[in-house]
Design a protein around this ligand. Structure first.
Ligand SMILES: [Zn+2]
Length: 281
């Protein structure tokens, strides 16, 4: 990537954080079935409308020490954390992938995963709109690869019909979607048959299918799957040790799948070989 002045990064961060400000609205209002644009942002306690001075991401929160300037009611620090996280995702996307359409796709997908993380944590549902966004980005990545790398990036099946040989080209995103969705559907079905209670919801299955569309059916998805399970098991053990959950309690898997998804989108090229190195001499 070409050298560029450090001065761009604060702007990229602020742009990302402004989008994070909108993601906060999505995370709060979408599960409640409220409009994303109306009414405009307001204090949930006194109803005072927030002006531009309250809406500078991250900084307004720090300046007002997280309080409403009208009634003094404190806002959850989570709003600022979501803004800061989105700002950092924007910086990471541009830093790693340059000023490319690919970087934009990574940022959009990571933002959708951020929404999934919090909505699933709060309401134990994964919005279909977010999952569909991930699938659309996966399809767009296929288009991007087709333009920049040609058909050699597709999945190729050699087929022989009678005396004729054919090469069948399939888009990575759709093969990944079918494989990942099928795998998780199987896991959900088997675990329900064994434990007689649903260990995994349909939202998780759809999220896995969408990650398959993003990462393709190969090693990137396999590493993603291993990372999700390790994160999920690790977090569950920590929660049980801290006595926040008991053995047998339900710990939502979706948020861990979302974290693993962001990690793989940003660092998959380094992480997949590392994880797979555990199995190969
Ligand atoms: Zn207020």
């Amino acid at each position: 990537m070409a050298e560029q002045s450090w001065i761009v990064w604060p702007f990229v961060f602020l742009l990302g954080a402004s989008i994070g400000s909108f993601l906060n609205v999505v995370i709060y209002r979408w599960p409640r079935g409220e409009s994303l644009v109306f009414p405009p942002s307001h204090c949930l306690s006194c109803g005072a409308r927030l002006t531009w001075a309250d809406l500078i991401p991250v900084f307004s929160y720090l300046l007002l020490r997280g309080r409403c300037r009208h009634c003094g009611k404190s806002f959850s620090i989570r709003y600022m954390l979501v803004e800061a996280a989105t700002g950092l995702l924007a910086v990471a996307s541009v830093y790693l992938f340059g000023w490319t359409a690919y970087a934009a796709g990574v940022f959009i997908a990571a933002s959708a995963l951020l929404v999934i993380f919090f909505v699933d944590l709060d309401h134990m549902i994964i919005p279909d709109q977010a999952t569909v966004t991930l699938i659309l980005v996966g399809l767009a990545f296929d288009g991007y690869r087709l333009v920049h790398l040609g058909s050699k990036e597709a999945i190729v099946f050699a087929e022989r019909v009678g005396t004729h040989s054919y090469a069948v080209y399939l888009p990575r995103s759709l093969v990944g979607l079918a494989m990942a969705g099928g795998l998780f559907l199987l896991i959900a079905w088997v675990s329900r048959a064994i434990f007689h209670k649903p260990a995994m919801g349909m939202g998780d299955v759809k999220l896995a299918a969408a990650m398959g569309a993003l990462l393709g059916p190969g090693y990137l998805f396999l590493s993603y799957f291993i990372l999700s399970v390790l994160l999920g098991a690790g977090i569950a053990v920590v929660l049980i040790m801290l006595r926040l959950k008991r053995r047998g309690d339900y710990v939502p898997f979706g948020p861990m799948m979302a974290v693993a998804g962001v990690i793989m989108l940003l660092g998959g090229e380094w992480i997949a070989p590392w994880i797979l190195g555990w199995y190969t001499p």
